[in-house]
Design a protein around this ligand. Structure first.
Ligand SMILES: [Zn+2]
Length: 338
């Protein structure tokens, strides 16, 4: 009975109005199949077909691996291939050649490349220093500094060495004194925390024109700076805090601050418009004990300490309070004077 009922019902349905609809549907399907076949056989068919063809190709491509999908795209003609290429992942990209493959063959852990910055403390590093005019520098750069300055003078410029080596103790004193006026975080935006000042390396000097009153960016307009910027690498010095690299150095543009790195490295750094951070990072695999040297700021010869405040670049590096007062106008939000 049940079977008969179902047959009856089925028969009733087939003989009803839906039969016509079913036939129409079958006809439409057959027609669509024909159209699709014709389109696939005729590359560059009617423009109205382009969208559908592309979509079909892409859908089939999703179920295939890269090579198969590409082949499917090619079979359906140029238009389909182009569509497939935009959605199907392509093969291995061509490796870009290393632009710094010609970097100097040096030991990045040598003393010339020691890196002190807001992210990299050199702790209480004490170089052996000697007096040169009004400042002190590491004895190993005395000759280079002497030649640099005297040749600049011989070219008709006036030169004043305004700040050189600063000891850990002096930096600590300056920082703690500032902490009496402000909370520690704020103080660190004005005076560099002890251990993070470039001046503690004994390899840096602030050089100004003798009669130039303030350290600010306009120093770059002096003939003295232009001579020094053009010739510093010949004596082993670099412009340590270049314009436009503030995010990398953490320090504002300082056309007065020169740093010794040796002639070979200096020449490379100046010719490639690099910072010391970027240069050291080129040797990240060679850095002693650098666990996270992929961060330019962490790549250093002496990463004995990370103060854990890598997000805060607000460390000052004032030579002394009056120096900082002179430069206060130039201090920006996240980058300060060295
Ligand atoms: Zn300086």
């Amino acid at each position: 009975m049940a079977t008969q009922k179902r047959r009856k019902k089925k028969k009733k349905n087939l003989t009803g109005g839906e039969l016509l609809a079913f036939k129409v549907l079958m006809t439409v399907c057959a027609a669509l199949l024909c159209v699709t076949t014709v389109r696939n056989l005729t590359a560059g068919g009617a423009k109205s077909a382009v969208g559908n063809v592309s979509e079909e190709t892409v859908l089939s491509g999703r179920d295939m691996t890269g090579g198969d999908a590409q082949a499917a795209g090619q079979e359906t003609g140029d238009v389909s291939t182009a569509a497939a290429m935009t959605t199907v992942p392509t093969a291995t990209p061509t490796p870009t050649p290393d632009p710094y493959a010609d970097k100097p063959d040096i030991d990045i852990n040598s003393w010339e490349y020691i890196l002190a910055n807001p992210w990299n403390s050199i702790e209480d590093y004490y170089p052996d220093v000697v007096q040169i005019e009004d400042i002190e520098v590491d004895y190993r750069i005395y000759d280079a500094m002497e030649s640099f300055v005297s040749d600049c003078r011989a070219a008709g410029n006036t030169v004043y060495l305004s700040s050189g080596y600063r000891s850990y103790d002096l930096q600590k004193y300056l920082f703690e004194k500032k902490c009496e006026e402000y909370d520690e975080e704020t103080a660190a935006t004005i005076v560099a925390r002890p251990g993070t000042s470039e001046h503690q390396t004994g390899l840096a000097a602030d050089i100004t024109e003798e009669y130039y009153e303030y350290k600010n960016a306009s120093l770059e307009d002096t003939a003295m700076y232009q001579w020094m910027e053009a010739h510093c690498q010949d004596y082993g010095f670099i412009v340590r805090f270049p314009n436009g690299k503030e995010d990398i150095t953490g320090i504002i543009y300082e056309p007065w601050h020169f740093r010794y790195v040796g002639v070979e490295a200096a020449t490379y750094i100046m010719e490639h418009n690099l910072t010391l951070e970027e240069f050291v990072a080129l040797y990240k695999d060679d850095v002693a004990g650098a666990a996270d040297a992929d961060d330019a700021g962490d790549a250093a010869g002496s990463d004995t300490d990370d103060d854990g405040e890598t997000d805060n670049a607000d460390y000052g590096d004032a030579a002394d309070e009056s120096d900082f007062a002179n430069d206060a106008d130039a201090v920006q939000d996240s980058v300060v004077e060295s």
